[in-house]
Ligand binder design. Structure first.
Ligand SMILES: *Cc1c(COP(=O)(O)O)cnc(C)c1O
Length: 477
């Protein structure tokens, strides 16, 4: 496909700038550009077709079923976008005087209250731009806490082997060493092992519950207590909050700090669909270390205030504000009862698919799951040579986005399926039928699956090549 610069043609462009509403100033020659800005020249319809073409080549939650485990690809309601597009929210500047943006500050304050209520925390920072970024902030808060107490020996963070890869990465970026603990036979934290490793050098624990196998750890109160007794703090990776929101709260499970992936749980777009947001909530003991730009309210007036022992800034101003507007819209639209209902339906949908698919595929764990489940193709691969990648590619050929592959790392040939609550029974039944057909093909013509997909714009990219020799810069040659 051609780039905008390649379809550009002199004279096709058109600039429509708003009328000048400030005095005209002529910049001195040394501040002006020597050559015109090389912007592509296109008419509106050319531009529109270009992006429509691009859109057709990709797969989004609006193209079809997208059961990408751990990522909670739920539908993003249009009303969220309508609210974020209101001029009072989007035509503002971060340096505007506070009295001119009281409504926006109220949004931050209201969202903070709602997220505190949902998580059982006492304060929230909206600065982090995504979950992984929130993890880093959380780890820095844990560090600031121990440092403020002169407790320099706490250099280690304990992380179970089922964790998302960002957890150990964030702990290391925060200056800690990681202690990995294996999962027990049922896929949850091995409590005895945890007891062995927790000690005077423990800064904290990072955990997601339900975990990446889709299991709720029943020993959670004991786990967080072991860490507290050792003098450490508990970090909750909130990426998997969807099945438990409105039902249990990380704060009540013994966690001191959490991040939420607003672009997962609270229906704002992921990645290319718009910037993410990974607010961090914490208990009162960590509040004084939060980043700058915390909103305070007094007699109905909002002000920004910097926490007394703030770690500083992890992002400009108060993070991705419009994403927060979308999340608050979602929370307000559903209300407390609606959020709870979304959570229970997410669990119901996952168990429906799990049960149906277990007629054909091996599951990584036994029994009921929460919002997601993990298929293992270990035996299929041994018997037929068909891999998780082959099945994922065949799903794509059938108009379904593949589940998360090869994660969690502790499950061989893993496919992690998360339907989410926004899918109907009919959509899930269609997907189950595709999975069944693929199962038949594995038995009858396994070699065909290595060729998939046949009709997508890109079939099997050279992933190793792309990682080793990434071509990140456009060159006209
Ligand atoms: C998605 C995810 C993260 C990271 O969040 P991003 O917003 O993608 O940075 C962390 N932990 C788990 C379990 C996740 O699923």
């Amino acid at each position: 496909m051609k780039l905008l610069f390649e379809i550009s043609k002199d004279g096709h462009g058109c600039d429509l700038l708003p009328a000048l509403d400030v005095p005209e100033v002529t910049l001195p020659g040394n501040m002006r550009r020597g050559i015109p800005l090389p912007l592509p020249q296109l008419s509106e319809i050319e531009l529109s077709r270009h992006y429509t073409r691009l859109m057709k080549r990709t797969f989004g939650v609006n193209s079809g079923f997208y059961p990408l485990g751990s990522c909670t690809m739920k539908y993003n309601p249009r009303i969220n976008e309508d609210m974020a597009a209101l001029p009072g929210f989007c035509d503002i500047h971060p340096l505007q005087p506070e009295h001119t943006v009281q409504g926006c500050m109220e949004v931050l304050s209201e969202t903070e209250k709602a997220l505190c209520e949902i998580t059982g925390m006492d304060a929230v920072s909206f600065q982090p731009a995504a979950g992984a970024h929130g993890e880093l902030l959380g780890v820095l808060l844990i560090k600031a806490y121990h440092e403020s107490r002169g407790d320099a020996k706490r250099t280690k963070i304990i992380i179970p082997d089922a964790a998302h890869g960002t957890n150990p990465a964030s702990a290391v970026m925060g200056g800690f060493t990681v202690v990995n603990i294996p999962s027990g036979p049922e896929g949850c934290v091995d409590v005895e092992k945890l007891r062995e490793v927790a000690g005077e050098d423990t800064a904290g624990l990072m955990l997601t519950n339900p975990n990446t196998l889709g299991l709720f750890d029943k020993n959670i109160l004991e786990i967080t207590k072991i860490i507290h007794n050792a003098g450490g703090l508990n970090y909750y990776d909130g990426a998997n909050l969807n099945p438990v929101m409105g039902i249990v709260r990380p704060g009540d499970m013994g966690f001191d700090v959490v991040h939420l992936n607003i672009h997962k749980t609270f229906s704002t777009p992921h990645g290319g669909g718009g910037p993410g947001s990974g607010p961090v909530g914490c208990k009162a003991i960590l509040r004084d270390f939060l980043p700058v730009y915390q909103v305070a309210e007094k007699n109905g007036t909002y002000t920004f205030s910097d926490p007394p022992e703030t770690i500083g800034s992890v992002k400009a101003f108060y993070g991705h504000f419009l994403v927060v507007v979308k999340a608050l819209t979602y929370i307000r639209t559903l209300g407390a009862e609606g959020l709870r209902c979304a959570a229970t339906h997410a669990v119901l949908n996952a168990n429906y698919m799990r049960k149906k698919l277990s007629e054909y595929y091996d599951m990584a764990t036994e029994g009921l799951c929460m919002h997601e489940f993990v298929i293992t193709l270990r035996q299929v691969k041994e018997k037929t040579g068909v891999t998780a990648l082959d099945v994922a590619k065949t799903l794509l050929e059938n108009g379904i986005h593949p589940p998360t592959m090869y994660f969690p790392l502790i499950v061989p040939e893993a496919l992690m399926v998360e339907p989410t609550e926004t899918e109907s029974k009919e959509t899930m039944d269609e997907a189950i039928e595709v999975f069944r057909k693929i199962y038949d093909e594995i038995q009858t013509a396994p070699e065909r699956l290595h060729e998939m997909p046949l009709t997508t714009p890109i079939r099997r990219p050279d992933e190793v090549g792309a990682a080793r020799n990434p071509r990140l810069k456009y060159s006209e040659e």
